[in-house]
Ligand binder design. Sequence first.
Ligand SMILES: Nc1ncnc2c1ncn2[C@@H]1O[C@H](COP(=O)(O)OP(=O)(O)OP(=O)(O)O)[C@@H](O)[C@H]1O
Ligand SMILES: [Mg+2]
Length: 340
Amino acid sequence: MSDIAIDLGTANTLIHVKGKGIVFNEATAIAYDELTNAVIAFGNVAAEMIGRTPPSIRVVRPLSTGVVSDFAAARNYLQLAIRQVARYKRFSPHRIVIGVPSRISGAELKTFQDALDSSKIAKVYAVQEPVAAAIGSDLDFARPLGCLVIDVGAGTTDIAMMSLGRVVDSRSLRIGAEALVAAFANYMRNVRRMNVGDRTAEQFLHEYGQAKMLDKSTGYINGVDMKTGLPAEIPVHADEIFNSIKEPISLIVAELRLLLDSVPPDLAADILREGIHLTGGGSLLKGLPELLEEQTNLKCHHVSDPMQAVVFGCGKILDNMELFKFVLEAMPDEIRGTVS
Ligand SMILES: Nc1ncnc2c1ncn2[C@@H]1O[C@H](COP(=O)(O)OP(=O)(O)OP(=O)(O)O)[C@@H](O)[C@H]1O
Ligand SMILES: [Mg+2]
C-alpha cells in the first residue's frame, strides 16, 4: 500500500509516489487494436503513434480540454500507469490526491474519481490545479496576501486568485496550448495550402511560436502540399506564425483581465507587488510573460518547474494531509461533496 499523487492532464500524466518522487511522466494516450480492443501501448509510445497508425490501430487520448472524455480509456490508462509505477507487483494505492481544473463540475469530477477508484480501496481527494501548483512551487499562498496563478495546460487555462490558502476567485477556459496548435494548423491548411500533422505543428510552435513578437526568424515546416499532393518543406515567417495563434491567446488574456477586474482592491495591491505566477506547459510559449506584462502592467514570472508543479503540490499534500487539510476542505461544495 502506498499513497500516490496524480496530475492527469490532457497531454501529460505525472505520478508522484510518497518517498520516491515522480515515478511516471508520460503522454496521456493509449493505443488499442481495432479488432480485439486489446491495449497495444500507452503513454509516450502510444502518443508517438498519433497520425501514423494503420487502420487496425486506434490511439485514444482519454482527456479533452482538461476533463475525461473517454471514460473506459481513462480507466485503462490509469490502471496501466499505476501498475507500471508499482513495477508490476500487486499495488493498491491507499490514498490518491489528484489535480483537477478549478471550475470542474461535480459530474466531471466523479469521472476522475471513478476512473481511479476501480479497486474501491483508494480514497480519492481532488485539489484544484492552481492551488496544487502554488503548493508545489512553494508559493506562500496561505498568508493573508493575494497570490495569482495562471496554469496554461494543453487543454485548459486555469486562473486562480488565492489568499489564506483558499481560492478567492477563479476562471477556467477550455483553451490551452492545443488550441494554438489547431489554429496554426488551420492557417497552414487554409492560407498556405499545406497539410501539417498535429505533432509536427506542435513541435514547430515550441520553437517558433510566440505570444509577443520578440524574434523575427523564419521557420521551415514539413507537410503535404495540397496543390501537388506531395510532401514538401516550406518557409513560414515569424509574423504569419504570430498572427495565426493571436486569437486563442487573446482569449486567455481577456479571461485574465476579467478576473483582475473583479479582484478586491487590497488583493490587487498584493498582486501589484508579487506579480503573476505562470505554470503549465503552454506558459512556456515564447513571449507569453512579456505579453501578459504588457496587457496587465503586472510582473509575470514562471514558477520553478511549470511542467511538474501540480503533481509536486499533490505529493506535498499527501505527505502532510493534516497541514493541508484546509486545502481539501476549501474545495467548492460540489467538489468537496464527492471527494471525502
Ligand atoms: N515551449 C513550449 N511552447 C509552447 N507550448 C509548449 C511548450 N512546451 C510544452 N508546451 C505545450 O504544453 C502542453 C503540455 O503542458 P501540460 O503538461 O502542462 O498540459 P496538461 O497538464 O497535460 O494539460 P491540461 O492541464 O490542460 O489538462 C502541450 O500542449 C505542449 O505542446
Ligand atoms: Mg495540467
